[in-house]
Design a protein around this ligand. Structure first.
Ligand code: MCA
Ligand code: AMP
Length: 505
């Protein structure tokens, strides 16, 4: 049934006039809807030429570009499983992902080919460059376009997105065509997309927020997308008058507020600013409204589930809440055993819906731990539902830091730190950070001659993506531990809470 193929569903939203711009890169290459469809089918055929078959994984670590979007949609169209990878990941990190996902092909940046070919081992490597250099765009250009879409069932895999989850090493969250389709349709409706909406897209497209939430709603709407390679506050302010909707992580909004010339004049055409991926401070929400007259709409989701809750479009958008559950999503607050708690009580956030993933790639044993017997997924977030049905997130049961919208799993950093000669043991915590929300911070003990802070940071950089590298490394005599011997991270967070933020007296 090709109508369950998510690409077929997206195409139904494409504009009747295919000459309408789909992806517009200011000062760069743009694609109309007609050109996008053409590129998608050429990339699909190019991948098939390279031997990729339905169900095979295609791992991709490339710069954001219209070609990258075409490559993604080509995978969906042909039943390949798209596996996006953060451009900051080092070869050591890539080696792990490729080893785990076992893809049929790895597409990387031309400049990385040599280093990545080593990391990829037996996985074939192709390149995708912004200007069309590298073999994949050349191969795609030689293909004949064809509009066929591979029939897919809703339960067939569309993508695998790696995430630290609640524990352990990064795991591949399997997302089906139905997961993507249900969430796209729900958000498109709920956020009231209109035919003339223009999306300003400044998020990376290797995570759920930029790749799924932003792109899917806009494509399903047949909208023009102003497609920026990265977030730059000045550029965004200059382009807002051409847009009506923007989605971002809280750092986008604090950085916009840092610009003295940002105000209502630039937001006249804007009907919706959406925030997610990390908590938006109520003070940012208020400051944004005071400056622009716009109330940011905050929503909540996860890689494993897509979006789960959203403040409403028409009714009150309440700062400090993530709004009610989406219409097709059930959210309950439960105790440790999974028993639902009465409204207003704080507990574990558990969710169920057509958007919730079926499980982690090649980890069937995790299902019993991550899901309740009645199918609810345990998010690892902690919160309560207020008297109006809005979800308020108050913390996380999982040991996770969210820095500028990127997840950092402390254990991964601690393993790197503990292997450094001169470091005894380490605890990595997230401390309040004005720009990134939380700043990754290492608290270490020394053994022998400890390396300097700069040396530790330099050593971490070799193995870890830059956003995971501790912004500060502090030495202490001993780490605080409870009676069970567990490091008391809450104490460390309390003790160093002002490290990055000068608190007004
Ligand atoms: C860059 N750096 C960071 C981060 N980003 N450090 C910590 N946290 C970060 N997020 C590093 C850079 O490598 C650089 O290090 C230094 O910080 C300064 O870089 P800067 O130029 O300020 O950074 P930037 O390039 O402007 O990026 C900041 C950013 C970006 C715009 C906030 O991180 C971003 O676009 N974040 C969005 C993440 C996102 O899409 N998350 C969605 C996940 P050095 O100079 O030393 O190399 S999906 C999700 O969470 C769920 C499903 C959901 O609900 O959406
Ligand atoms: P990820 O694994 O990147 O999908 O991150 C998902 C996590 O981001 C969730 O489990 C939450 O902890 C967090 N998150 C996403 N949106 C919000 C939000 N609006 N407020 C607070 N936390 C959020």
């Amino acid at each position: 049934m090709s109508d369950q193929n998510f690409y077929a569903i997206l195409c139904q939203g494409f504009p009747a006039d295919r000459c309408k711009p789909a992806l517009v890169v200011p000062g760069g290459r743009s694609l109309t809807y007609e050109q996008l469809e053409d590129q998608v089918s050429r990339y699909a055929n190019a991948l098939m030429k390279l031997g990729v078959k339905a169900g095979d994984r295609v791992a991709v670590q490339v710069e954001k570009s219209p070609e990258n979007v075409a490559l993604y949609l080509a995978c969906i169209k042909s039943g390949f499983v798209y596996l996006p990878l953060n451009t900051a990941y080092t070869p050591a990190e890539i080696e792990y992902f490729l080893g785990d996902a076992d893809p049929a092909l790895f597409v990387c940046r031309p400049a990385d080919r040599e280093a990545m070919a080593k990391a990829a081992k037996s996985v074939p490597v192709e390149t995708l460059g912004e200007t069309g250099d590298g073999s994949l765009p050349v191969l795609a250009a030689k293909q004949k376009p064809d509009s066929s879409i591979l029939p897919r069932g809703g339960g067939d895999l569309a993508a695998i997105c790696y995430t630290s989850g609640t524990t352990g090493r990064s795991k591949g969250a399997m997302l089906t065509h139905k997961n993507l389709a249900s969430n796209a349709a729900t958000l498109h409706r709920l956020w009231g997309f209109k035919p003339d909406d223009v999306l300003l897209h400044a998020l990376p497209i290797f995570h759920v927020h930029g790749l799924f939430v932003a792109l899917h709603t806009a494509l399903l709407n047949g909208s023009t997308i102003i497609f920026l390679p990265r977030f730059d506050a000045k550029q965004v302010i200059g382009l807002l008058p051409q847009a009506t909707v923007m989605m971002g992580v809280p750092t986008f909004y604090t950085r916009l507020l840092d610009q003295a010339d940002f105000g209502p004049a630039q937001c006249k055409t804007m009907r919706l600013f959406i925030s997610g991926s990390a908590p938006l401070l109520a003070e940012t929400h208020k400051a944004f409204e005071a400056r622009t007259g716009q109330r940011i709409l905050e929503r909540y989701g996860m890689t494993e589930t897509g979006m789960l809750a959203s403040n409403p479009l028409e009714r009150a958008r309440k700062a400090g809440t993530v709004g009610p559950a989406l219409p097709d999503v059930q959210i309950r607050i439960a105790d440790e055993a999974g028993n639902p708690l009465p409204r207003g009580e704080t507990g574990a956030v558990e969710v169920k819906g057509p958007n919730v993933f079926p499980g982690y790639w090649r980890r069937p044993e995790r299902r019993a731990e991550d899901f309740r017997p009645d199918g609810f997924f345990i998010t690892g977030d902690v919160g309560y539902i207020d008297e109006e049905g809005y979800l308020v997130l108050v913390g996380r049961a999982k040991d996770l830091i969210i820095s500028g919208g990127y997840n950092v799993y402390p254990k991964e950093i601690e393993l790197v730190l503990d292997a450094i000669p001169g470091i005894g043991e380490s605890a990595v915590v997230g401390l309040p950070h004005r720009d990134f929300g939380e700043g990754v911070t290492a608290v270490c003990t020394s053994s022998g001659k400890p390396p300097s802070e700069a040396e530790v940071i330099a050593l971490c950089r070799k193995e870890l993506a830059a956003f995971k590298v501790p912004k500060r490394v502090l030495y202490v005599e001993a780490l605080p531990r409870n009676a069970m011997g567990k490091v008391q991270k809450a104490l460390l967070r309390q003790q160093y809470r002002d490290l990055y933020n000068t608190v007004p007296a």
